[in-house]
Every structure is written in C-alpha cells, then in structure tokens.
Design a protein around this ligand. Sequence first.
Ligand code: FES
Length: 120
Amino acid sequence: MIIERTRWVTVQDTRLTRLTEGKLVRIIVRKQPLAFVRMQGALRAMLDQCPHQGNPLSGGWVEDCHVVCPFHRFHYDPITGKSKHGSTANVPVYAVEETADGVRVGFPYTSISVFGYKLW
Ligand code: FES
C-alpha cells in the first residue's frame, strides 16, 4: 500500500514572524529554497523557483491573491501552486503551521506499507 505522508520541519527564523501581509521572503529549509508569503493573514510556502525559467519567485510581489514572478510576470497561487494563466507548470507548495513554538513546514513524501510493515 502506498501511503502519502508529511514530514514536518520546524523553521526558526524571526523573519517569518515579522513577515507582513503581501510580502515575500526566501528561506532555505532542508536545502530547498522556499518563498514564504503572508496572504489573507496566513503564512504560505512555495518552492522559490519559477517553473517558467527557474528564477526565484521571492523577488516578486503579490497581486490578486497570486505571487507574481518578477522576471516575466507569471502569476502563481500560493495555496495550490497553480499558474493563473496555465501557461507553465505549477509550482510546488508546502503546508505551513504557525504554532507557539514556531513555524512548521510540511514536506510530502511517499512510503510503502506491506501487511502493516512500513518498508520506507
Ligand atoms: S522566470 Fe518566472 S515568469 Fe519567467
């Protein structure tokens, strides 16, 4: 049986707690560059790599509830990762939890279980 799981990683960076509405910040988490954005009060995380040509999204801005890539202005939904115009692939997004202990980012992974035994 294939099981989709989430590995939670705590991010301790004061820039996240100070991040204001509509602003972006780039933070490396588990060797991956993530673009964090606060939108409608909630913190969102997406891979800081535009699917169009691989440039960082964190230098962009927020417009109509989308993150705008500063290079060719493609728009991405930070909740779903979908491209607004459908002209490129979607950008990977990650679950984010804000707790009293800090910010946690959920990285999805797949595991296989056979007769209740987890193989990996
Ligand atoms: S690199 Fe982002 S839109 Fe082209």
